[in-house]
Write a protein that binds this ligand. Structure first.
Ligand code: HEM
Length: 220
């Protein structure tokens, strides 16, 4: 089997794995924007701006989670460059309201896990925005070494919200609710606040540093 076929299968599997979360996030977002989300934990009575922020963020977040795997397809980049650019622009355009909606909720209501979770999620959102901006900036500058690096960070940050749920799913399935509380301030919750994105960014840096011998590729 060729590398291209293998990669395409991997991408298809990833899309299939993210689908339940994409569905969960999008239907929660649609219901919330339609003001029928009183049953959702994040719904805040008499706070239209808070609700708009969080539910819009879910809807757009679902869209970028669904689209992001397409961008890592080398086949698509080579054979359908216009589609790659179009999906890239959509991802950047939707990542902005996704992150801003998350910030809005953090500021207006605050996360269930309190200050520690507020801080971690705000850093996550800020990194997502930075990666979106840098990815498109280096594409425009035709600096594809730096574009590729930022695109990889952007990709892992986008699917980070899904990884967050995967970590919890695996943890609950193997050791139960150890370290987790209903207010998300247990030791595992505290660890999770950062573990869904930071280790993956570190692995990406380690990979590129090992491959290219430098961390920042400033002059490439
Ligand atoms: C990248 C795609 C994203 C998707 C698909 C997504 C989806 C979701 C969903 C479905 C929830 C509701 C959780 C539940 O099921 O109860 C949620 C909550 C939340 N998200 Fe996102 N999100 C994404 C990115 C972000 C980003 C970048 C930020 C940071 C700015 C963020 C901040 C939040 C916050 C603060 C909450 C509420 C946490 C709480 O108190 O429960 N999200 N997100």
């Amino acid at each position: 089997m060729s590398r291209t076929t293998l990669a395409s299968i991997g991408i298809a599997v990833l899309i299939l794995l993210t689908l339940p979360f994409v569905y969960h996030a999008s239907q929660l977002g649609v219901r919330g924007l339609g003001r029928a989300a009183e049953t959702s934990r994040v719904f805040t009575p008499n706070a239209p701006l808070t609700n708009f922020s969080i539910f819009l963020h879910m809807l757009f977040g679902a869209a970028i989670t669904l689209l992001a795997p397409l961008q890592i397809s080398a086949w698509l980049r080579t054979n359908r460059p216009k589609l790659h650019r179009l999906v890239g622009r959509i991802l950047v355009a939707l990542a902005v309201p996704t992150a801003l909606g998350g910030f809005g909720y953090i500021i207006l209501r605050g996360t269930i896990g309190g200050l520690a979770m507020d801080l971690a999620f705000a850093v996550y959102g800020a990194l997502l925005l930075l990666a979106a901006f840098q990815t498109i900036r280096f594409a425009h500058a035709q600096n594809f070494t730096r574009h590729n690096r930022w695109a990889m960070r952007f990709f892992f940050l986008i699917i980070g919200s899904w990884i967050y749920r995967v970590h919890y799913g695996l943890w609950f399935a193997t050791v139960g609710r150890t370290g987790h509380t209903s207010t998300f301030d247990g030791w595992f919750d505290q660890f999770q606040n950062w573990a869904f994105f930071l280790p993956y960014l570190i692995i990406i840096e380690a990979y590129y540093t090992r491959r290219d011998g430098t961390m920042w590729t400033r002059n490439r």
